[in-house]
Design a protein around this ligand. Structure first.
Ligand SMILES: [Zn+2]
Length: 292
């Protein structure tokens, strides 16, 4: 049987990424023209053509401003999940601030979407050795899984010694689904999308994912951002060369490259790909508080 992989989208706009955080203050976000809704609509159409369902890890800040977009994500059959409120790194928050952040985001997403929200991805994969307490808080707050650890060495994130495969951090039914890596030459190599997918030849990604599917018999997790398919986005002034390289390279090739992997592999939502690990939901869907 073909292994199904998890397709995921981190729903944030081009001015909210970690690489530009030193150039763009949160207080100024509302001054930027937003492009996320138009880009998400293109992604929804592309997924629809390919017959793929995905998980959309969405910022509360974005959902508050684009509720109709959130409802279209749900109406198209995708999983709605949380990317936290405003892309603050989880490892720069105190536990109580983190709790308020993930609580507020989940409540808003459930109110707008009218569906249970049980998945979480930390901004910039910022759960690591210093903040393992985050898992307990996520569980307390009603989440069932996180996909927040990237078991690689990277200058902005990463926990190279973390598990490469799904595990229960506290052994209590709450799961972490780490980003996909390929094991070679004694270390973990990224194989989950993001900047690497745009910067490296597509064949490397496909070989890596095939190896994870066939040799290890495990699903992979792919992620990208709506701004990655948007070559016309405004450029952020004063960003350094490394940030520019990561953010702007091959934007025009992203949509076709995505199409290629959508057809080369089988994809589904995170909650369905890992359904054997996640017990059936027994919780009543919250009432639609902001019905429109
Ligand atoms: Zn993000």
């Amino acid at each position: 049987m073909t292994t199904r992989n998890a397709m995921t989208v981190d729903v944030e706009d081009y001015f909210q990424v970690q690489a530009f955080a030193h150039r763009v203050a949160r207080a100024d976000w509302d001054r930027f023209p937003r492009r996320v809704e138009a880009n998400v609509d293109r992604i929804l159409a592309q997924f629809d053509r390919a017959g793929v369902h995905a998980t959309f890890f969405t910022l509360g800040w974005i959902a508050e401003r684009h509720p109709a977009m959130v409802r279209r994500i749900v109406a198209s059959g995708h999983e709605l999940a949380s990317h936290g409120w405003d892309h603050t790194r989880a490892d720069r928050q105190e536990p109580e601030a983190f709790r308020q952040d993930v609580r507020r985001t989940r409540a808003l997403l459930e109110d707008i979407g009218g569906v249970p929200v049980t998945g979480y991805r930390a901004a910039t994969f910022s759960i690591g050795a210093s903040n393992q307490w985050a898992f307990g808080i996520l569980r307390d707050e009603g989440y069932r899984y996180s996909s927040s650890i990237n078991p690689i060495a990277h200058d902005l994130y990463g926990m190279p010694n973390a598990s490469r495969v799904p595990y229960q951090p506290d052994g209590n039914g709450f799961w972490e689904f780490p980003m996909t890596t390929v094991r070679a030459f004694g270390r973990n190599w990224p194989c989950s999308g993001g900047g690497y997918f745009r910067l490296l030849p597509g064949v490397l990604y496909r070989m890596g994912l095939s190896r994870v599917n066939k040799a290890e018999g495990r699903p992979g997790i792919f992620y990208f951002h709506p701004w990655e398919i948007d070559p016309g986005q405004p450029r952020i002034e004063g960003a350094g060369w490394k940030s520019r390289l990561r953010h702007y390279t091959n934007l025009s090739r992203m949509a076709p490259a995505l199409d290629q992997i959508l057809h080369a592999f089988a994809w589904d939502r995170v909650d369905r790909v890992f359904a054997d690990l996640l017990p059936e939901q027994d919780r009543v869907v919250r009432q639609h508080a902001t019905a429109a």
